[in-house]
Ligand binder design. Structure first.
Ligand SMILES: C=C(O[C@@H]1C=C(C(=O)O)C=C[C@H]1O)C(=O)O
Length: 342
């Protein structure tokens, strides 16, 4: 089977329309700006717009491309595109007094679409949660409310923790909840945990009625590739050791722990513990997003990211809340696979 030109992504300006390299086709985009919305663009691909940008921080578009012309569509709260190997789905919910039931219904609809279209392997999710640490109408933290509904949807999708993809669950500067997921047909995701952290799906009940449904990372073995190929998607990572927040109130120390956590996660010994070959360093990361809780903390976080990542690592900074009130910074990214060129 010829190696299908794989999935790739890049960051670009919000101005104008995405212009991928020759032979590449836009599968879907996420606009990290001031707008909120979900639609098929004039170019025919789904775009999720989320209010994430603010003065002094970044605004940008994340563009996912493939080597095959995709087919797109909408269904209820969902917009999607697929190319025969990769599927991009985005969904959006309006602000609600309580989210659990509607989150379960919309995520179940997304998982049903994953299976109906024939792309059963979800390998990365992003969950954008407005007012993430604020209270819902019943006084429960909105993140915990969201997590409970998502966990119930995941119960119908997979066989439990073996199917938890890498994910990010992060605040926005607006309201409502939206998400993007990436899934594949023939590729094989391998989910990875971090030996420094309790798997999120095993968090104790002190963090909420249901534990979060995600893995610390997912390596995607593209169809037809050998062992060790494929991108490594790194979940949003915070200053958590075991299941506890460390260095409350100290953004410098929290940033150091975040970077240490990611370095451990993507390193050879931790990947080997998951039965995977290879190993990477922080300088190998690309498409990094850094979420900074307090505006004044940006210089400290930026200085540490510049020191830790390589000159080829693009880092976008956003001033949004993280999923716990005592977390001051969170970082995500990916290590491209060999098929990633642009
Ligand atoms: C920071 C953490 O969780 C955050 C929330 C996630 C989610 O709920 O999908 C995924 C990764 C992070 O963005 C953590 O629990 O370590």
């Amino acid at each position: 089977m010829s190696q299908r030109a794989g999935l790739q992504a890049y960051f670009t300006s919000l101005d104008g329309i995405p212009r991928p390299a020759p032979g590449r086709h836009v599968l879907g985009t996420v606009a990290f700006g001031e707008r909120t919305g979900l639609s098929l663009t004039g170019q025919g691909h789904p775009e999720l717009a989320i209010p994430m940008s603010s003065p002094g921080f970044d605004s940008f578009r994340e563009v996912w491309t493939t080597g095959t012309e995709p087919v797109s569509g909408t269904r209820g709260n969902l917009a999607f595109a697929h190319d025969g190997e990769y599927l991009f789905i985005s969904g959006a919910l309006p602000p609600l007094p309580v989210y659990r039931k509607t989150v379960r219904e919309v995520y179940e609809a997304a998982f049903a679409l994953v299976n109906e279209l024939g792309y059963p392997h979800i390998f990365r999710m992003w969950n954008f949660v407005g007012d993430i640490i604020g209270p819902n109408a019943e006084g429960m933290e909105i993140y915990q409310d969201f997590v409970a509904g998502r966990a119930e949807a995941f119960a119908s999708y997979g066989d439990g923790t073996g199917h938890m993809p890498a994910a990010t669950g992060i605040g926005t500067r607006g309201e409502g909840i939206s998400f993007t997921l990436l899934a594949c047909r023939e590729g094989r995701p391998r989910h990875v945990e971090n030996q420094r952290q309790t798997p999120a799906y095993h968090y104790p009940e002190q963090y909420g009625p249901k534990p979060p449904s995600f893995a610390r990372a997912t390596r995607l073995h593209p169809a037809g590739a050998g062992q060790g190929d494929g991108a490594l998607f790194v979940s949003g990572t915070a200053s958590i050791l075991g299941h506890e927040t460390v260095h409350r109130g100290d953004v410098a120390a929290q940033t150091d722990v975040v970077l240490e956590n990611i370095a451990e996660l993507i390193g050879g010994p931790n990947l080997a513990a998951a039965g995977l070959d290879g190993g990477h360093e922080l300088k190998d990361l690309r498409l990094v997003k850094a979420y900074v809780r307090h505006e004044a903390d940006l210089p400290v976080v930026r200085e540490r990211c510049r020191s830790a990542f390589g000159p080829d690592t693009e880092v976008m900074y956003m001033n949004v809340a993280v999923c716990r009130d005592d977390l001051l910074v969170e970082i995500e990214g990916l290590v491209p696979g060999p098929e990633w060129t642009r």
